[in-house]
Design a protein around this ligand. Sequence first.
Ligand code: SF4
Ligand code: SF4
Length: 343
Amino acid sequence: MRNFESSRFGLYKDLLKSSKYFKLVCGAGNEDQNEVEYLSYIYTLAGCTGFDVSANPKIVKAAKSGINQAIKKAKDLKINIPFVPFVTVSVGMPGDHHVRKAFITNDCVSCNLCIPSCPTDAIPKNLTIIKDLCIGCGNCEAVCPPAANAIKYSHNAKELLSILPECINAGAESIELHAGVPDDDATIEEWKVVSKSVPNGMISMCLDRKHLSNEMLVDRIKIAHDIADDRLIIQADGIPMSGGTDDFNTTLQAVSIADFINKELKEKEKRLRNLPILISGGTNSFTGQLARQCDVKFNGITIGTHARKVISLYEMSPSVMNNEVLLEAVSKAKTLIKMNLYS
Ligand code: SF4
Ligand code: SF4
């Protein structure tokens, strides 16, 4: 493995090439610093190679803090962490589910159905959604009675030209654009900004087949590659943020979109043969296993909802966790990584 000090880019490439990249998604809309620090701490100790966080310098710093505390703690626990995990920041096109925030309108009839549906406890009893906790998943909208239809969304707008350099200064090394929207021209303009922001780093475009037709997906990847060349990673999102259940069926679409990209692009176009594919969107313990059983090639796995859920029981500040609780949480995270990449 390369020395990370001399070539972080090369290390990233090596991880993708050997299909050993596991990215924990803290949530593009998750601006809870304590949670991001906790997740980065546990998953770094578990061997996670990358974190995906909101494009907010404070959140990048929270992730870096979790990582640095984990590296220090690893010495006490005699855990080997071969390199510092990568931090990616996520930005999104207006309308993309990953960067929207729900709010409740005056049409609400106070039935409270949305409260237990929220995976991040962002809806308190007073029914005013806590913005920092909302990840835009849409669960509340799905249970809101059609007669009320009281859940709407605002776009968590980020001015990329100013926010991305701040995130990079805070320690981010890679950027992901969530581009599950049909507007090609606007997406490509934002993609160019992303590309210029990290000229020597990997950049990722997250695409799904829920919001794009197969044809649009293929065209979008080709254009993204024209701009990013060998820095491009495609995050193939089965059904965005759908990883709530841990079974084969839930992860089927995530594996399916990777299969589609392999067959329609990588096998047909020589220049795209080595395009790295990360599987996401409905990923869980079974994703890697299903992909291997179906002979679907991938370069890494990225998990959000399910990865957060498996260690949510223990959630607390790294500074107050005792070793017994810590090792239990790390073991659960490690099992998830192993099941996906190594079993
Ligand atoms: S259910 Fe999802 S969209 Fe609704 S408030 Fe919670 S996180 Fe936000
Ligand atoms: S489910 Fe809809 S109507 Fe019921 S409390 Fe939530 S926002 Fe209001």
